[in-house]
Design a protein around this ligand. Structure first.
Ligand SMILES: CC(C)(COP(=O)(O)OP(=O)(O)OC[C@H]1O[C@@H](n2cnc3c(N)ncnc32)[C@H](O)[C@@H]1OP(=O)(O)O)[C@@H](O)C(=O)NCCC(=O)NCCS
Length: 111
């Protein structure tokens, strides 16, 4: 877990997950093992000519993310949404949606 993350109550981050700086995990978020979050689309680090633009992912209340998923910069996982294991999440996932795949697509509603 890196700097400036905001973690709500009753949040579970299973082993091997990486929470990038400034990410927001609301109450009751559940991350499976090995979930990766990304905040820097352009991989700008100590470049004398460019400032990095960091946009961390956000996880709404009660959102669940399956093991091994990767959440790209700026993505919001909506409240109560469920992301399947090993997904690559490139766009926002609406609240309450069930999404999975490479890239992740909505396949219905989370139960
Ligand atoms: C996404 C998920 C919730 C779907 O469960 P489900 O609704 O019971 O779906 P099913 O197992 O009936 O599968 C439905 C279809 O989706 C596919 N599918 C299921 N999960 C998938 C995933 N994560 N990625 C890609 N495809 C997936 C199945 O292959 C199946 O395809 P088919 O109809 O062509 O055979 C579940 O598979 C999953 O990934 N859960 C996350 C578990 C996890 O990571 N837990 C962490 C703590 S241990």
């Amino acid at each position: 877990m890196e700097r400036d993350t905001r973690i709500g109550n009753e949040v579970r981050c299973s082993p091997g997950s990486h929470i990038t700086s400034s990410a927001v995990l609301s109450d009751r978020v559940f991350l499976g093992a090995g979930v990766r979050t990304i905040n820097d689309k352009t991989l700008t680090w100590r470049d004398p000519h460019r400032e990095p633009i960091l946009v961390a992912p956000q996880f709404g209340t009660g959102a669940k993310v399956g093991s091994g998923s990767v959440i790209l910069a700026g993505v919001t996982i909506g409240a109560r949404a469920l992301v399947g294991a090993a997904s690559l999440v490139t766009h926002d996932i609406p609240p309450g949606a069930l999404a999975y795949g490479h890239p992740a697509r909505v396949h219905g509603e989370a139960s």
